[in-house]
Design a protein around this ligand. Sequence first.
Ligand SMILES: *Cc1c(COP(=O)(O)O)cnc(C)c1O
Length: 413
Amino acid sequence: MSTETKRGFTTQILHGDRQSTIEHGSNCKPIHTAIAYGYKDAREIAEVFQGSKPGYSYGRQNNPTTTALENKITAMEQGTGSVAFSTGMAAISAVMLTLLRQGDHLIASRFIFGNTNSFLNTLMNFGIEVSFVDATDSAQVAAAVQPNTRMVFVETIANPCTQIADLKGIGQLCQEKQLVFVIDNTMTSPYLFKPIKVGASLSINSLSKCIAGHGDVLGGAVTELGQFDWSRYDNIIDTYKKGDSRNWALTQIKKKGLRDTGATLDSMAAHHIAVGAETLALRMSKISDNALKLAQFLNQQEKIVKVFYPGLTEHPEHDRATELFMAYGGLISINLDPALDCFEFLNRLQVPIISSHLGDNRTLLIPVAHTIFYEMGPERRASMGIDDNTIRISVGIEDIEDLINDFDRVLNG
Ligand SMILES: *Cc1c(COP(=O)(O)O)cnc(C)c1O
């Protein structure tokens, strides 16, 4: 491990597989399709099932190809271990379902992914209290803390209006109050931001977005960052209180989460994600570079009344982003002049694709009020900074001249 930790971000992703047993000399981890395993003898199956010996038990719980991917995610996040799930939502829901109980209180950012918002509403139906606060200000998080508060959940860069949570301030607060601090790192990816640096307990990534990067596979992961002493946390069941207490929660998330939800990542998907992850650093550098240039161009356009991008100096959390992130990422949103028809505007662009999804190699555009935030209704949308002419741009790796020329033609042609 000590030699591995000295290696760079991409070297670890590329060569991590060869730290464990190399099968037939393969340069990447083979795709294992078996869902059950044979053992040396009857004693060994008992040892594997009881966890006293490493090994594989059943495909819902673990698979060598998935383990290899989990090890890569752990290295990227500088964590102590990871569990993969079939989607990012499965990872998020497994964390909440396994670590929270009826009567517990969760504080969540008001600016979160719509499906996460939907899931937190489901939790409320099961007797878990949830407060939504403006997490760009840690004082608002502090003001929401109650005696039964267990967990704080935020994203790094919020979708679509790019608010950035006060990650450092919330990290300090959570340490003082012994609250579990969960960061959804999807928007930044572990290349741009390391939640471990702000004291987070767990980092969650939708692998479907930047990490896989090609819009062809779904996945999610939870990473334990080793900074929370779970012996102080009431909701760990006795069976999982074994060994180093910093790993108890991940054991519970893996055992209970995969068992109860059955939302296991398939080995073929794990392979696709691992291949995508090899170029995460290269893609995120290019995407961030393109996004900054495109945001600066869009910001000068008369027909665009507002550009949301953390790389612009007038962004309210620009300094925070500069301090915490390696670059500003690929998410830009714009509010078109209300006199313009956003559908017509979108239809005239030729290079980007009109599509949901984020973190793809291709630039993607979506009119958010009419699609992904439609169900929320106009009031909640307004509170998030979204209007009917808000367009989200997930910037890709195209040649930047082609993107700028396309927007220039539609705006000024
Ligand atoms: C997409 C997304 C998710 C959910 O990921 P899926 O893999 O699509 O389930 C969670 N959080 C954020 C911030 C996302 O953008």
